[in-house]
Design a binder for this molecule. Structure first.
Ligand code: GLU
Length: 458
């Protein structure tokens, strides 16, 4: 028996450039990308800019930049719907000719009146279809509608299983404003067909669009792609993720100093989990393990603590040189200090960094000693005079860390190491004093210890 030829897997992400790349869209892009990579398929980027009033070039640019930043490279595209108006027009005319679509002359007010009338009769509002049988008039048509047959549409959702809709509740769908101005549900169907999309994997908020798209496919004799609807991303109070609670655009996370590989790892877990308890997975590992069957149905809570933890782990695992490069790319610049020194600073700071943006605050004292109060130098109940004597003793030994440690063992670690650390950093919290001294070097360390002694003498 010859095995059936497996159809090529072709998936897409189809963002509308009406806002910056949203975390939800990025998560959909990631799942499509993972699926394509896993199955040896193709991932396609399509910019759905048919809504001319709300689409903006700056958003399109952001979407493309942010997807690139995340490393979600596409195999084909970006295709712009605004470049494809001829294609839509051809099919719109076809439906009009076949009498499967018609011009609708109802104004907004007509529709609103109709809606109110249905509501007052306790009916679920939908378009009545009154222009179906209307012949051409001198009035300007408002939209082109697709004749929705009264039937049931069922499909097997890859994530949610069997889903079926009663199409008598839908009403005739507006598919275009005019033959060259298609609307979302129509343009999607044409593009998914023309681009030979095999699987449509998108947010759950599109479930109600799926039966409409299936009906249009049927009317045009198109094959149906498989559908999978991803769970919504929720804020911790389980409401739909919104700006009120969390930053919603990928660009904002980038600006805050999250690493793209940490974002990818984190987003992969928004609705999907590997078989074991692993929490840190590279993109390659995700590709190997990704499986549509393990996508959950229930909403996925966006937990910023978890993102922070994942990000801190990725930062910790970077080499000092690589981390320095990321910090520089992030916009951090200091002159006068060599890259070798800076890499060392990055190295001892990384344990305490959650985000790249933490670096300047955590490491600023290396570049300039902050002003601090002499109280900072005092270890517990130790008298000021003793602390001062200790610092004087340290000054004689510095930068010999072996001798300083010996002194610390004799006199008590806290009494020696705390004032030294405070003198070198001018901060409540910092890495250990010997590490700081090593980076500051003999001259600068001595200068800072002297400053501390002077503060205690005043
Ligand atoms: N343009 C739609 C959106 O941004 C795409 C929906 C789909 O994937 O079909 O939500």
């Amino acid at each position: 028996m010859t095995p059936a030829i497996k159809k090529e897997i072709r998936v897409r992400i189809a963002p509308s450039p009406t806002g910056y790349l949203h975390v939800g869209t990025a998560r959909s892009a990631l799942f499509n990308w993972l699926f394509a990579k896993k199955e040896g398929g193709k991932f396609i980027l399509r910019i759905e800019d048919t809504d001319l009033e709300r689409s903006e070039k700056k958003f399109e640019k952001d979407i493309i930049e942010s997807l690139k930043w995340l490393g979600l490279s596409w195999d084909e595209g970006p295709f712009l719907q605004s470049d494809r108006l001829d294609v839509y027009e051809k099919y719109i005319r076809q439906l009009l000719e076949q009498n499967l679509a018609y011009y609708c002359y109802c104004t907004k007010e007509d529709l609103e009146n109709e809606r109110q009338a249905m509501l007052s009769q306790g009916m679920a509002p939908k378009y009545s279809g009154r222009c179906r049988s209307r012949t051409k008039t001198k009035e300007k048509p408002q939209v082109i509608r697709f004749k929705v047959p009264e039937t049931r549409v069922a499909f097997k959702d890859l994530i949610r299983g069997e889903i079926s809709f009663d199409t008598s509740l839908i009403g005739d769908i507006a598919i275009a404003k005019d033959p060259r101005t298609p609307l979302y549900n129509f343009a999607v169907v044409i593009d998914d067909y023309e681009m030979q999309i095999s699987h449509v994997i998108r947010g759950e908020d599109h479930i109600a669009n799926t039966p409409k798209q299936i009906l249009i496919q049927k009317a045009l004799n198109f094959p149906h792609p498989h559908y999978g609807h991803l769970p919504l991303i929720l804020d911790p109070d389980r409401s739909k993720m919104s700006k009120r609670y969390s930053a919603t655009s990928i660009g904002e996370y980038r600006k805050e100093g999250y690493l793209p590989e940490a974002m990818v790892n984190f987003m992969a877990f928004l609705g999907w989990h590997p078989k074991d308890e692993k929490e840190l997975m590279t993109a390659d590992e995700l590709v190997k393990e990704f499986d549509l069957e393990r996508i959950q149905k229930g909403g996925a809570v966006f937990n910023i603590e978890k993102l922070n933890w994942i990000n801190s782990q990725y930062i910790k695992n970077l080499s000092n040189e690589e981390l320095l490069q990321r910090i520089k790319d992030f916009g951090f610049a200091v002159k006068k200090i060599s890259d070798a020194q800076l890499a060392k600073i990055a190295g001892i700071t990384k344990e305490r960094m959650k985000k790249l943006s933490d670096f300047s605050e955590l490491a600023d004292f290396f570049f300039e000693l902050p002003d601090y109060s002499s109280e900072l130098l005092i270890w517990k109940e130790t008298p000021r005079e003793t602390i001062k004597e200790n610092l004087e003793a340290i000054l004689k030994l510095a930068p010999d860390s072996g001798k300083i440690m010996k002194l610390a063992e004799e006199k008590g670690r806290g009494e020696i190491l705390w004032p030294l650390r405070a003198a070198l950093s001018g901060k409540m919290a910092s890495p250990g004093p010997l590490e700081i001294m090593d980076i500051l070097g003999e001259k600068e360390s001595a200068k800072r210890i002297k400053t501390a002694i002077k503060k205690l003498s005043d």
